[in-house]
Design a protein around this ligand. Structure first.
Ligand code: AHG
Ligand code: MN
Ligand code: MN
Ligand code: MN
Length: 335
């Protein structure tokens, strides 16, 4: 069969989302249009990331001082592309980006009902060595008829959709619209994201933990105890393996597919951890829960946080259901 060698019924991300939205009779295709523009941004960044890798190879021949600037350029470039693609969709009203200090309010002719929070280039410090990086996004619906900052300070559980794109050995977009998690791989020859990982479920328990252990000196007792349990299990189980890329998208993607935990805990130097609530913690927590895992801050369910500022940070522990359950028990006992 030709179909054995070549996929002939292509479930593109657009077709997939149109199918999903057709379940809602009131849907007018606005979400599909918004998502198409996000997808365009991801394809652009994917291509830019590949070109940056090539530029770096050339740079090695002598132009060393360009490296830092080039990397910065990619952060700024990705941000510009997403901001412009989102505004031109005509479906957004507020944009919050890691790279912009203030939220962007879209003016009336182009204004729509969706608020988008995003990290245009995640793990950007990894670009120079060709390690996987990504883009993270979350989508809310405006509450009233006029956009206010409160519209993007909603708890993560009220997100309409969340996702990330990983620029790795292949380019993958992982998306949830609140009805499970699906993964799409970019077919570069078609320029289309094709459904390759349908209904992703995270294993109930995993064999991997992922954390920047260089910060161990400053951890709280509970984090230290949990990580110690990963290495020296008290219940006779095998120790976990350590994997840490240092790009949240890559570390969370692996956690989603293989199971285990990813943590960026609080420490004495950063009492709120490092990762930002709106465009890192919330979208990834949303995806984890939708895949059957959990996300915990050390105090509460991550998606129940109500942010007060757009660039607020929070400690985060996310991953397999049973592994996060263990962390919650330690925090409940130790405080
Ligand atoms: P960004 O590149 O968007 O600023 O995000 C960096 C984040 C995240 O990707 C990763 O999980 C974390 O920084 C790694 O931090 P450490 O280098 O402190 O481990
Ligand atoms: Mn990031
Ligand atoms: Mn970033
Ligand atoms: Mn950054």
């Amino acid at each position: 069969h030709a179909a054995d060698a070549h996929r002939t019924d292509l479930m593109t991300i657009t077709r997939f989302v149109l199918n999903e939205q057709s379940k809602y009779p009131e849907s007018k295709g606005d979400f599909t249009i918004l998502l198409n523009n996000i997808v365009l941004g991801c394809k652009f960044v994917c291509s830019a990331v590949n070109k940056a890798g090539l530029a770096k190879l050339i740079g090695l021949a002598g132009e060393t001082n360009v490296q830092g600037e080039e990397q910065k350029k990619l952060d700024v470039l990705s941000n510009e592309v997403f901001v412009k693609a989102l505004i031109s969709s005509g479906r957004t009203c507020i944009l919050v980006s890691e790279e912009d200090e203030e939220a962007t309010f879209v003016s009336p002719p182009m204004r729509g009902k969706y608020c988008v929070v995003f990290d245009p280039l995640d793990g950007s410090s990894n670009i120079d060595c060709g390690v996987s990086i990504g883009t993270i996004f979350g989508i809310y619906t405006m509450k009233g008829s006029d956009p206010t900052i409160e519209d993007v300070l909603q708890p993560g559980k009220d997100m309409l959709a969340a996702g990330y794109c990983m620029y790795g050995s292949s380019c993958m977009l992982v998306l949830s619209t609140g009805n499970g998690v699906n993964g799409f791989t970019l077919d570069p020859s078609l320029g289309e994201f094709i459904l390759t990982h349908s209904d992703i479920k995270i294993p109930k328990k995993g064999k991997i933990y992922s954390v920047n252990e260089g910060n161990a000196k400053n951890w709280d007792v509970s984090t230290a105890k949990y990580v110690d349990n990963c290495k020296y299990p008290k219940d006779g189980s095998l120790p976990k393996s350590l994997r840490y890329v240092g790009s949240m998208v890559a570390d969370v993607h692996r956690t989603l597919l293989y199971g285990g935990v990813f943590l960026y805990p609080a420490d004495k130097k950063s009492p709120n951890g490092k990762l930002r609530v709106l465009y890192e913690v919330f979208p990834m927590s949303f995806l984890m829960e939708q895949a059957g895992g959990q996300a915990f801050t050390g105090k509460q369910r991550a998606l129940e946080l109500v942010p007060k500022k757009i660039h607020e940070r929070s400690p985060i522990f996310l991953g397999s259901y049973d592994d996060i359950e263990e962390i919650k028990e330690i925090y409940a006992a130790e405080g």
